[in-house]
Design a protein around this ligand. Structure first.
Ligand SMILES: [Zn+2]
Length: 471
């Protein structure tokens, strides 16, 4: 049972996928107008862990994360640099992808870009105009009519009035209401543009996520992610657009991660105090940085300091030293004995339970540090081979979900497309009560190193095979 905090209902509740065993995820990605900083790595690593944990729990995950490769900031910066929007965006997207790779983040299944999905975005806007929920103006802009959408403010808790106070309203002469937000923006004469039924321009920021999430995942999907700073106005507006269009809430659960602060000031490119990811990756092991970002439960803010990161890196060195010592040791016997031995054997249960509780990576990491302690205790008590054997198995299991060990020891949870396809067929066979075919597929999977365990509730658990001696 996985519990997740939903920002929309403001409750932590049992996660029930819309179409199990599939889980569909949409996460708002980066606007690549400058180099990425630590604040971009946090959600990427969080969703990587959420995805791996869901896979560990037997779900088939479809993960979409967009790139906002056209927007006001990209237009302004490319003009300042004398380059095109597309080359500026590509440069920073390539860099982001490379850094995420270093951080052990599995690539999302789809990474749609706005400029590659303009026709879906334009269709979405046209439908909102047809519903009278949006209007085009003589200046070539299209706005969403906020007054006509009764539920505005439901996600962020801001009413229209509070919104009036709390948000910098875009200045425009052609809006019916200052709170109306742009779905399409007319291009200024010197700006790069795309053609549309309303003239030359570019999409507003929010509409892309409504259009691309529904295009890739359907009107309803399971989890919607992004930083808490996106809740208003971005996600409020996205919810308003999608709910108006489809008449239903797009996401089963809205998951927001806390910000990274420095001396309690939010880190962002616009403030200029962002800690550049490339620079940190040059100075710290990637897996130290990754686990440091997981050391605080995702909903809480993380106050970054270089000193804390350096201390954390020292702590992780103990884990890596143990891994170096155990990576080739034999598997332990399943025979249980002393108290610490039982603790080692039941590590995975406790570890996964932490993640089942709203992806509490801070507690899961604490279990890993306790594990290291227990292993050394076993060694001190003369039970070296058993302790080291369990250390290998447990560190590997923790690594499969959290990503902790140096990348060269990565035996990632990522399943190749063939394995995913086989699992889908097996699910179908079981639903059709064709258990013979289901079993045949299970055997094929096992021969390829994947163990499928069926549970009484109809779900299953898929894991890489780890040899444990039975005696
Ligand atoms: Zn978005």
């Amino acid at each position: 049972m996985i519990m997740i905090y939903d920002s929309l209902t403001r409750t932590k509740r049992v996660f029930e996928p819309i179409n199990p065993p599939e889980v569909s995820i949409y996460v708002c990605g980066v606007t690549p107008y400058a180099e990425s900083h630590l604040g971009h790595a946090r959600p990427a690593i969080l969703w990587d862990v959420i995805k791996r944990h869901l896979m560990r729990r037997g779900y088939l995950v479809r993960h979409v994360q967009n790139f906002t490769d056209i927007d006001d900031k990209l237009v302004a910066r490319s003009r300042d640099l004398g380059t095109s929007v597309s080359s500026l965006a590509s440069l920073h997207i390539d860099e982001y992808v490379q850094w995420m790779n270093q951080l052990g983040v599995l690539p999302p299944d789809y990474t749609p870009r706005v400029t590659e999905n303009l026709s879906s975005i334009i269709d979405f806007i046209e439908a909102l105009i047809a519903q009278n929920q949006a209007y085009a103006t003589t200046l070539g802009n299209v706005y969403f009519r906020v007054d006509k959408y009764a539920e505005y403010g439901r996600l962020s808790g801001r009413t229209s009035d509070a919104g009036r106070l709390g948000v910098r309203v875009e200045l425009a002469d052609d809006k019916e209401n200052p709170l109306d937000f742009a779905l399409w923006k007319a291009a200024l004469p010197h700006e790069e543009y795309f053609t549309s039924p309303w003239g030359r321009g570019r999409p507003g920021w929010h509409i892309e996520c409504s259009a691309m999430s529904s295009l890739y995942l359907g009107q309803r999907f399971d989890l919607h992610g992004g930083g808490i700073d996106l809740m208003f106005p971005h996600h409020e507006n996205e919810l308003a657009q999608s709910k108006s269009y489809f008449g239903t809430d797009p996401a089963g659960c809205w998951v927001h991660n806390g910000m990274i602060t420095q001396g309690n000031v939010k880190m962002s490119k616009s403030l200029g105090n962002g800690t550049n990811l490339g620079d940190l990756l040059n100075r710290y092991p990637a897996m130290a940085l990754r686990s440091y970002l997981l050391s605080v439960q995702y909903r809480n803010p993380l106050d970054f300091s270089e000193e804390a990161l350096a201390d954390w890196t020292h702590g992780m060195e103990r884990v890596w030293q143990l891994w170096e010592r155990v990576r080739n040791v034999a598997s332990p016997s399943r025979k249980l004995g002393t108290k610490w031995e039982n603790r080692l054997a039941s590590f995975e249960e406790r570890f996964l339970a932490c993640l089942d509780d709203d992806f509490n990576t801070a507690r899961a990491l604490a279990e890993v540090f306790d594990l290291v302690h227990d292993v050394y205790r076993g060694v001190n008590e003369g039970e070296t081979s058993t302790a080291l054997g369990w250390a290998r198995i447990n560190l590997q299991k923790a690594h499969d979900v959290l990503g902790l060990l140096p990348v060269e020891s990565d035996r990632s949870m990522e399943m190749d497309p063939l394995v995913t396809r086989l699992l889908t067929w097996r699910e179908q066979a079981r639903r059709d009560k064709n258990f013979l075919l289901g079993d045949e597929i299970r055997v094929i999977l096992e021969k390829s190193g994947w163990v499928v365990e069926d549970r009484s509730d109809g779900s299953n658990m898929v894991t890489r095979r780890v040899e444990v001696q039975d005696d």
